[in-house]
Design a protein around this ligand. Sequence first.
Ligand SMILES: [Mg+2]
Length: 274
Amino acid sequence: MANRARPDLWIPHSEERWLLVTDLDDTLLASDKPEDPLFATFADTVKSADELMVVVNSSRPRGSVLRTLAGNRSVQESGFMPDGLITAMGTEVLIFDDEEESIAVISDREWQKRFDGWDRREVVNTMKAFKSRGVRSHADEFQARFKVSYSVPPEVQDECAEAIQRLSQASRIVRSGESDFDILPATAGKGSATLFVADILGIDIPNRLMVAGDSANDVAMFEVSRHGIVVGNARSELVRRVDKEVAFHSRLPRSRGLLDGLQHWGAILDTVNS
Ligand SMILES: [Mg+2]
């Protein structure tokens, strides 16, 4: 991609390096719990695998994700820190420096300039018309500059989608679960942001990019990688939409399923039995 021409974004290329881009809630960690007993083994494995990078890719905005990582006892005890964060459904991107984790090599500006002209207020104004049909805005914690999040009853979703697609600005709509309904710029999303980050990190995308998830808002990631990992606790809404040729379906839950997948794709030689 074009960013290769920018020396300040260049990170030395390694043919051998693997990248795992993983969803957070109920993939890397149990959601709504302050700890996850499965996580320590994953964290230890990642720490010992020098050629494996991990980027978290969440539908939630960065502040919300950072609060979760900082507030989770298992994460804190393990000392785990991802190499980057893709947040707000692929509308925010942050890659940490290789040596000094607190320094961002790249932040939102490079990624978000392609969303110029997309105005969330147009989405908000359009969706107001559906308030009487049970459409509700998600809490502020889940909103971002380039992501507008709603709860939309299933029977109203198609009408909302049509109204959004009639706007002059091109949008992508991501549906997940019973009623989660997210509206983003058309060029955003968990999949396109995954490719952007993998390219900057110098990953051999066809051979060394793995993605992992548990729900329908992860589908876009599985569309850009030939090395998918569907965790054992995944919802059927993801399982039925992911091509089995390019995704390994683990029977093990969350980060234990990730280890299973890393082993399946050859990114680690063996899982740690503990
Ligand atoms: Mg999830």
